[in-house]
Design a binder for this molecule. Structure first.
Ligand code: PMP
Ligand code: GLU
Length: 394
């Protein structure tokens, strides 16, 4: 029998972040007592005025196809957001709305990458970048962001990885999984490199509102030369606690945005009509909801980072953004626990703590813990991990 599955599909790895989240939820549904630090999604409900906008859209019969790249009022709201918060000036023709930021990124790679094009991905990286690049027959090239640099990207590392095949660089600040916010000076140097060596920058700014010190810099705001070779990606999932609504967007030069639009025309068509109306309410409505969530995340981060650093065998940098910590737990590896997958399994099964192994992010010495969960879970989780540390630390 001919193989049903294409070589392309056979090569794709399942998403470890989605699968750990599903596994933890399944165990909890069975009644197991698991304290979960897996999911990369805010634990808050979507704010009421955003939900109301979707209800109104339903009642008004806004339930039909929309333009496949998104409704004009949403594109306008995106332009205003990018101007207001990121110092970026775009017109609606520069914007495409997609089914989540993940979909925007996928369309960017599909629209941009030819076979053998190299895409520089700073590591530790969010799990989907390499898989998406490979799906498009591109070649991921990893550059290291060591823990000794607080997982921040250095322009010199990018420069060392450039070749004649370099097509693009993925920037993600604040970063998933480390929470690192990159230094403005390095971003400036990276912008100069992009212009000088002619490569594109894909700037995934999905955590831009969730920072606890210095605000992240949008690379496209640094001048016309870098602006015209940058795709800025963002979405509603993280800032507005709207992960299930599936609204993301990208902003960039018209030519590439149009190419992404053609892909979207022939694949998904428009993002869900009523979710688009909700996204307009999110972006144009009161923003204090974001600030409330940000403050709660900051308090949780402080407790988790302090708690983790008090455990023997753990080093946990203090991240400037997102809602993850990325501690090095290799001090707990011995015997059968040879890496982060085995450790995550033991933490889940024996200690009732759900974390995501660092292996899928390109850092097997680490685990990722999401603090988008209650303070109660964080404190309880630290107690359980302190028992684990007593058993496992060398
Ligand atoms: N980029 C990063 C770095 C993320 O962590 C996520 C979260 N899944 C996304 C993009 C995409 O999020 P969404 O598709 O929900 O907009
Ligand atoms: N971005 C989140 C995470 O990293 C959600 C899951 C996903 O889309 O990968 O956990």
């Amino acid at each position: 029998m001919k193989s049903a599955v294409s070589q392309r599909a056979a090569r794709v790895q399942p998403s470890p972040t989605l699968s750990i989240t599903a596994k933890i939820k399944a165990l909890q549904a069975e009644g197991r007592d698991i304290l979960a630090f897996g999911a990369g999604e805010p634990d808050f409900d979507t704010p009421a005025h955003i939900k109301q906008a979707a209800k109104d859209a339903l009642d008004q019969g806004f339930t039909k196809y929309t333009p496949s790249s998104g409704i004009e009022p949403l594109k306008k709201a995106v332009c205003e957001k990018l101007e207001r918060e990121n110092g970026l000036h775009y017109e609606t023709k520069n914007i495409i709305v997609s089914v989540g930021g993940k979909h925007s990124l996928y369309n960017i790679f599909m629209a941009m990458i030819d076979p053998e094009d190299e895409v520089i991905i700073p590591s530790p990286y969010w799990v989907s970048y390499p898989e998406q690049v490979k799906l498009c027959d591109g070649v991921p090239v990893y550059v290291d962001m060591p823990e000794s640099d607080d997982f921040k990207l250095k322009a010199s590392s990018v420069e060392a990885a450039l070749t004649s095949k370099t097509k693009a660089l993925v920037l993600n600040s604040p970063s998933n999984p480390t929470g690192a916010v990159f230094d403005p000076e390095e971003i400036r140097k990276i912008a100069e490199l992009a212009v000088k060596h002619d490569f594109w920058v894909i700037s995934d700014e999905i955590y831009d509102r969730l920072t606890y010190g210095e605000k992240p810099l949008s690379i496209a705001s640094l001048g016309p030369d870098i602006y015209e070779r940058t795709l800025t990606v963002n979405g509603c999932s993280k800032s507005y606690s709207m992960t299930g609504w599936r609204i993301g967007y990208a902003a960039g030069p018209v030519e590439i945005v149009k190419a992404m639009g053609r892909l979207q025309d022939q694949s998904t068509s428009n993002p869900t009509s009523i979710a688009q109306k909700a996204a307009v309410a999110a972006l144009t409505g009161p923003q204090d909801v974001v600030e409330e969530m940000r403050k709660a995340f900051q308090e949780r981060r402080d407790v988790l980072v302090t708690g983790m650093n008090s455990l023997p065998g753990v080093r946990c940098p203090n991240p400037g953004g997102a809602f993850y910590v990325f501690p090095d737990v290799s001090g707990w590896y011995s015997g059968d626990i040879k890496g982060s997958d085995a450790l995550a399994e033991v933490l889940l099964e024996k200690y009732g703590v759900g974390v995501t192994p660092g292996s899928g992010f390109g850092a097997d010495n680490c685990i990722r813990m999401s603090y988008a969960t209650s303070m109660e879970v964080i404190k309880g989780g630290l107690e359980r991990l302190s028992r684990a540390a007593n058993d496992l630390a060398k």
